[in-house]
Design a binder for this molecule. Structure first.
Ligand code: MG
Length: 306
């Protein structure tokens, strides 16, 4: 089995956006800048920093423009891809004003989820994405795609693999550089993960996907291992496991970067990330949020130093 594991894995850090968006305490712009600088210092090269959504909808993300300006002015972040989530043309206008170089667009494999999340069916969301991506391309902005509810939907239950294939092809045709496959409610199991990867790899290169697991039911690390065995080499995670699960109140959401990193490092898989510096970044943001981490690794590290 160990022979089949990759030698190197890439981690996309989503804590400052996907994580903080689901945290109640509002973090100041200075603290966000410090947090992102510390994450980059730990070796994370791709960091989802903010989103351009309506401020009244998600107050935590209302400083996207100013945050981007601050981050872009820092020489130590010149090599870091700072990704901003963009839901529509209005968001794209904000992202353009802020001079972002990397955006992410999102849809799902469930019509009900998309309707509740962004008030659009899957096909309507693809029309919006196409508009956004035309502008992105004209401005040399790289675009990452997200597909949510790949392993299950809070409203529809199991979702269709054919829909996944169709949506992934559309996003690829529009020019996204990769697609993140989201287990939005943390319902996937390792066997299902291997089946989904087997299915999509008939049509796509495996390196076109990043796996985005949530640890809501404690399955994230098992699902990551299953993905590694299937040849996947990119994963999304959130420092300290920031962000809860809106579909299961009080539960954890994104898998913690520390738990992912410990799994990889302890099996000798290279990531380029420094665990100590990452844990310091997490400790910093946890102190600002005044909360404990759901990360098993980080809890052990904070009490034992390893
Ligand atoms: Mg997430």
């Amino acid at each position: 089995m160990l022979n089949q594991l990759p030698k190197k894995v890439r981690i996309v850090e989503v804590g400052p956006r996907d994580g903080l968006q689901n945290e109640k305490s509002i973090v100041s712009i200075d603290d966000k800048v410090t947090f992102i600088k510390m994450l980059a210092e730990a070796g994370l090269l791709e960091i989802e920093a903010t989103s351009f959504v309506r401020a009244e909808k998600i107050p935590q993300m209302s400083d996207g423009c100013e945050l981007n300006a601050r981050l872009q002015s820092l020489p130590e972040l010149k090599k870091t891809h700072l990704i901003s989530l963009v839901p529509n043309m209005k968001g794209m206008e904000g992202a353009l004003k802020a001079g972002v170089k990397d955006i992410a667009v999102f849809t799902a494999t469930s019509n009900t989820f998309n309707q509740k999340n962004i008030n659009a069916t899957i096909d309507e969301s693809l029309v919006r994405i196409e508009e956004v991506m035309k502008v992105a391309k004209a401005n040399n902005i790289r675009t990452r795609g997200y597909i949510s509810t790949v392993f299950g939907c809070p409203y529809e239950g199991k979702t269709s693999l054919e829909t996944l294939k169709r949506v992934a092809h559309k996003l690829q045709d529009m020019g996204v550089y990769e697609i993140s496959l989201g287990d939005t409610i943390g319902i996937a199991n390792p066997l299902q993960v291997s089946e989904v990867i087997d299915f999509i790899s008939k049509d796509f290169n495996k390196s076109f996907f990043s796996m985005h697991f949530h640890d809501t039911r404690g399955m994230a690390v098992a699902n990551i291992l299953s993905s590694l065995e299937m040849g996947m080499t990119s994963f999304d995670s959130s420092a300290a496991g920031l962000g809860g699960c809106p579909y299961a109140v009080g539960s954890s959401g994104n898998v913690a970067t520390e738990d992912l990193l410990f799994l990889l490092q302890s099996m000798g898989i290279e990531t380029g990330i420094d665990m100590k510096k990452l844990s310091e970044a997490s400790q910093f943001i946890l102190s600002k949020l005044n909360r404990e981490t759901p990360s098993k690794y980080l809890k052990a590290y904070l009490s034992s130093g390893r």
